[in-house]
Design a protein around this ligand. Structure first.
Ligand code: B16
Ligand code: MG
Length: 218
């Protein structure tokens, strides 16, 4: 029986994946190359430092550790600027409704995000009080597809992985959920997220009852 719901942040609760992409593109452009949407799929759910390494690999470029730290900082400054006026209008359809329903039914909610900006976003969108646990990039040492972020979430909720659903928009996040033994729900494109147990186009109209029936059919 499902007792806990673990939500990825960027691309599941809030529409911030586009801002990460824009900021990385801006950085790549300063180095005279570009990144495609397809390449961006591999950046979703990936930590800031590992994203930078991947991007520099695309440009076939190498820099000192100090220069790389400066570039990661620059990207984050641009990203934070783009979310500085964030409010509930950035919530993806259905996310707040589902989180509220889960809490109203006395079930548990955790965040499972790679982002170090997650508290800022949860506060700006006024969702923070619904969360029983917040596990993010400030607490983890391993990146998705390692399951650490979700295992820490389940532990904080005092639940086993098989008692929890993970919602994810990234290939790496789905792999992380599967690696940890969670029920994985891909939120987005079936073609991209085909490794998920179940794929839904968005959280719009998704209720606990619908989730239970999708799991029963699986
Ligand atoms: P930050 P998620 C991830 O968040 C993003 O998908 C990814 O694009 C980003 O690089 C990563 O967080 C780190 O974010 O630079 O804010 O620490 O999808 O795991 O919620
Ligand atoms: Mg995501």
């Amino acid at each position: 029986m499902i007792k806990g719901y673990i939500f990825d942040l960027d691309g599941v609760i809030v529409d911030t994946a586009k801002y990460h992409y824009n900021a990385w593109r801006r950085l790549a452009n300063t180095l005279d190359f570009d990144i495609t949407e397809e390449q961006n799929e591999n950046l979703k759910g990936v930590s800031r430092v590992e994203s930078l390494e991947y991007i520099l690999g695309i440009g076939n470029l190498q820099f000192s550790a100090q220069k790389m730290a400066e570039m990661a900082e620059q990207k984050n400054t641009w990203y934070v600027e783009s979310i500085s006026n964030m409010d509930k209008s950035e919530l993806l359809p259905g996310s707040e409704e589902l989180i509220k329903e889960i809490k109203n039914k006395g079930l548990k909610v955790s965040l499972g995000s790679a982002s170090k900006n997650s508290m800022r976003i949860l506060k700006a969108t006024k969702l923070i009080d619904y969360f029983d646990a917040v596990i993010d990039g400030t607490k983890t040492t391993e990146s998705k597809p390692h399951p650490q972020v979700f295992l820490m979430g389940a532990e904080a909720l005092k639940l086993k992985p098989e008692e929890c659903i993970v919602f994810e928009d990234s290939i790496n996040g789905i792999k992380a959920a599967n690696n940890g033994g969670f029920v994985s729900i891909g939120v987005g494109d079936q073609k991209i997220l085909h490794e998920a147990d179940i794929v839904i186009p968005s959280l719009e109209g998704i209720t606990i009852e619908k989730l239970n029936s999708l799991i029963a059919q699986h």
